[in-house]
Design a binder for this molecule. Sequence first.
Ligand SMILES: NC(=O)c1ccc[n+]([C@@H]2O[C@H](COP(=O)([O-])OP(=O)(O)OC[C@H]3O[C@@H](n4cnc5c(N)ncnc54)[C@H](OP(=O)(O)O)[C@@H]3O)[C@@H](O)[C@H]2O)c1
Length: 282
Amino acid sequence: MAFKSATILGGRGMLGSDLQREAAHRGLAVQVYDMPELDITDDNQLNTVVSDSEVIVNCAAYTNVEKAESEPDLANQVNGYAVGRLGQMAKEANVPVLHISTDFVFDGTQETPYVETDEPNPVSVYGSSKLLGEKLLTESGCDNCIIRVQWTYGKNGVNFITKILEAAKMRDSLKVVDDQIGSPTHTMEAAKAICDCLHLPKFPQGLYHFAAAEFVSRYEMTHYLFEKQGITTPVHPCKTSDFKTAAQRPLSSRFHCEKIEALLGRNIPTWQEMLNNYLEKI
Ligand SMILES: NC(=O)c1ccc[n+]([C@@H]2O[C@H](COP(=O)([O-])OP(=O)(O)OC[C@H]3O[C@@H](n4cnc5c(N)ncnc54)[C@H](OP(=O)(O)O)[C@@H]3O)[C@@H](O)[C@H]2O)c1
């Protein structure tokens, strides 16, 4: 069933705002909710939105990975319990839910790319709160599809690219980790994949991994980015353990994306193609 309208929760965040644009471009009537008018932990507000929706895409999340370590209750409420209640309300109202999750559900120690059936083992409060949301949404029994994304960047958010470009202006040289490996993914491409899912003849069910094709370290990615932007600030490789952070991060965020490629009937562009496209527009 292709939908005529879609409700986006967290619709003014980094992914949500690109999704809003893409969904409208595809001719969907889009309803956007975000803080402060909709707090997904408020059951009354959430219920009103759910009962007025044809399909819900949940991009709303507590996304501050560092702060979550000292605010576990809030992270679990937003990323976990509210998602479970969203599922219960959606089941009651017979509304499908497409929910966004993360590579942070994994510990990042696996030597091969993660497939959807790999066992999660979060190493941070943020990661375990997102895993709780996945579990409670699935248990709610509503029609649901969960798409895990990773290393996302987009024009409406603070992300690795915005931070590293800012740092290059401020400092004489930079140290960037070479032991975190993933696939930098443009939120516009994730938005296209979400819209493709909404246009399928049948709403997809279950778990999917979505990321740009090919893998790169943060250090190699920074080199590529600086070369493309003509930035000459020297970059030196270092290890994740050189930085003291509150939250532990998965070292390998590599996703195997064949399942969603088969669903969509197309290959996902490489991280270089996505990044070139993004840089042309900023
Ligand atoms: N960014 C990444 O690298 C990354 C990687 C993997 C997965 N993801 C996932 O991708 C999804 C989208 O994240 P994003 O990158 O677009 O992050 P984002 O820019 O922080 O967007 C999240 C949105 O949710 C809103 N929000 C927070 N608490 C809320 C609440 N209680 N009720 C309603 N809305 C609330 C935020 O509003 P405020 O700004 O006012 O808090 C924000 O607009 C999330 O599920 C995230 O876990 C992100």
